[in-house]
Design a protein around this ligand. Structure first.
Ligand SMILES: [Zn+2]
Length: 404
């Protein structure tokens, strides 16, 4: 055994821990007291979440121990809950989370943008280092979001000695190679929205890169007003877009779309079909159709119908299909070729887009958009199953689980 200083400190610290004494001289950066175990919500199999008390191991010199405060429930969590499509179970889910730094490994000095990391700081995490074998991430780091083996906390396999890999727990151990951001100046609610905000910020960048004109006169359709669609509306409004047409089938979601910056609200159920809906969009866009559309539902037919609402020379960004919902029929002549439509996809985000998401949320609040009101439900960790069931029934917008 290598008895260097670090190993010696760890051995001494472990012994002291066993007798319930933690010496600040042995672990100078320790702020965790004598926490030896903590609760985590384990997805055992589909529709079965169990709160389990696990031992909390000592962190290493390149790790950070975080006391979780809260974490949003994402559509991806719901897919895992319904059928475990990625075969992750048993797994501790939760990737839209935030918490307080309790202990900092001796080698950790700064977060991913150079801010000091200290005990008591509030943090969020983004994507972990991509694997060396991913050619896309290796040769084009700006596209590391397209790595086949994308890793985020809350979608990581369980480990024998550490179950604190997701935010639906009391603690999270941030391992080496993680992107982490200190975000002390933000409310816990807004911090829970940084991850989904990064999704819409990335979609906005994708739209710009496919040549979309985004100025004060641009007319944009946002199709789908779930949490991501509503944040999409808010990011467009914050970015200066004035003519946003929101489409959804739920009046309460459309009402929220209005508070977040939509100018026109179209309930597609009020129209006989897509041709009638497209005619309405045309009437709101000088007879031409929208310049650009963001597709934010998980319904393939919705993607096909969005083409009818876009003007010649316009574009579409597909944001909604995080899982395979099947196929749809497009008329290549009418929908794409004749109109010269540019279609782009948007997949997750990159870590370096987190600061952008942070500034978007801060600015959105600053101009009076009630972004935090997206959080409509809060449940304690012990009632996580209820949180998931509420989400399954599509009640409210964003459900948050608090680690209390
Ligand atoms: Zn998510």
């Amino acid at each position: 055994m290598n008895l260097n200083e670090e190993n010696l400190n760890r051995i001494v610290s472990d012994v002291l821990r066993k007798v319930n004494v933690v010496s600040s001289e042995v672990t100078p950066s320790s702020g965790n007291g004598a926490v030896q175990s903590a609760r985590a919500a384990v997805l055992r199999k589909a529709r079965e979440l169990e709160i389990v008390e696990f031992p909390l191991r000592q962190i290493g010199p390149d790790e950070i121990l975080v006391k979780v405060e809260a974490c949003g429930v994402c559509g991806t969590d719901i897919h895992c809950y319904k059928s475990d499509p990625f075969g992750l179970a048993p797994v501790v889910l939760g990737h839209e989370g935030t918490g307080e730094v309790i202990e900092v490994g001796r080698n950790i000095k700064m977060d991913s943008v150079g801010k000091p990391v200290r005990v008591g700081d509030k943090i969020v995490t983004s994507i972990l280092d991509t694997s060396d074998s991913c050619m896309i991430a290796k040769y084009n780091p700006l596209k590391s979001n397209l790595c086949d083996d994308l890793k985020v906390y809350g979608l990581l396999p369980d480990e024998p000695d550490n179950h604190f890999n997701g935010y639906f727990a009391e603690y999270l151990i941030i391992r080496p190679g993680s992107s982490v951001f200190v975000v002390n100046e933000m409310s816990v609610d807004l911090r829970c929205l940084i991850e989904p905000a990064a999704v819409v910020c990335h979609a906005l960048e994708r739209a710009k890169h496919c040549g979309a004109t985004l100025n004060f006169r641009t007319r944009i359709v946002v199709q789908g007003c779930g949490p991501i669609g509503l944040l999409m509306i808010a990011v467009l409004r914050t970015y200066g877009i004035n003519n946003i047409i929101a489409i959804d089938g739920d009046p309460s979601r459309l009402a929220m779309a209005q508070t977040l910056g939509a100018d026109e609200l179209l309930n597609y159920k009020d129209y006989a079909g897509i041709d009638e809906l497209a005619a309405k969009v045309e009437s709101l866009t000088k007879g031409l159709g929208a310049h650009f559309g963001f597709q934010v539902t998980g319904v393939p037919a919705a993607f096909a119908s969005l083409f009818k609402c876009i003007r010649r020379g316009g574009g579409i960004c597909e944001v909604g299909h995080f899982v395979d919902g099947g196929e749809c029929a497009i008329n290549p002549h009418k929908d794409i070729c004749r109109k010269e439509i540019t279609v782009t996809g948007s997949w997750v985000y990159n870590s370096f887009e987190y600061p952008n998401a942070y500034h978007f949320l801060q600015r959105a609040e600053g101009i009076g958009l009630p972004v935090a009101s997206l959080i409509t439900h809060k449940f304690p960790l012990a009632q996580i199953q209820d949180a998931f069931e509420v989400n399954l029934r599509q009640e409210g917008i964003k459900v948050v689980v608090e680690a209390r």
